[in-house]
Design a protein around this ligand. Structure first.
Ligand code: AMP
Length: 191
């Protein structure tokens, strides 16, 4: 199994790169942001609880996220070749829980960390905000999301670095250039 954690600031291109990886490697793509937005749309209890958190750029509590991932792993298809975790883990507590959830299933994951300059991610998110309809793609909330990314999510990269399961790449250029770097890493770790 080839399990990848795609890390990077909001707007760093995790969704786009996930699509490229799915196309070439046939992995399953789990975007926790997409799952949460679908919950909100469905009008479920969870959706109602998390709607304002997401709109304010706050994180959904760890225990809810860990439960969601546990359920996903339990119900994933049997012929799954591997999973791209896009947007999870976002806290060290989530990372520790993911290690246990994967170990229990004799699996592990490698982190690929997309580095993009802050000015560039703000530009990309504002551009996306024009068409995405996302409540959190506006300047105020983008600033809040970036603050949380630096304060709370960046330490997750250290967690994987210490485990020697970590690769950093430059995501400032074109999406093709970024994917070429990811592809090199994936070919390396598949061997
Ligand atoms: P994203 O689409 O990955 O940018 O996620 C959108 C929003 O969903 C985030 O700003 C958080 O409010 C919430 N979210 C997504 N993934 C997580 C997570 N792993 N932990 C907590 N909140 C999350």
């Amino acid at each position: 199994m080839l399990n990848i954690i795609l890390c990077g600031a909001p707007g760093s291109g995790k969704g786009t790169q996930s699509d490229f990886i799915v196309q070439k490697y046939g992995l399953d793509h789990l975007s926790t942001g997409d799952v949460l937005r679908a919950e909100i749309k469905s009008g479920s209890e969870l959706g109602k609880e998390i709607e304002s958190l997401i709109a304010q750029g706050q994180l959904v509590p760890d225990h809810k996220m860990i439960h969601l991932i546990d359920h996903y792993l339990e119900t994933r298809s049997e012929n799954c070749k591997g999973i791209i975790f896009d947007g999870f883990p976002r806290t060290v507590e989530q990372a520790e829980a993911l290690t246990l959830l994967l170990e229990r299933r004799h699996m592990e994951a490698v982190m690929i960390d997309l580095f993009v300059e802050e000015d560039e991610v703000i530009k990309r998110l504002l551009e996306r905000g024009r068409t995405s309809g996302r409540a959190d793609d506006n300047f105020e909330t983008i600033k809040q999301r970036l603050k949380i990314y630096h304060d709370v999510t960046k330490p997750v990269c250290q967690y994987y670095l210490k485990k020697h399961n970590y690769f950093a790449i430059n995501g400032n250029n074109t999406m093709e250039d970024t994917f070429a770097q990811i592809d090199t890493i994936l070919r390396l770790i598949q061997k």
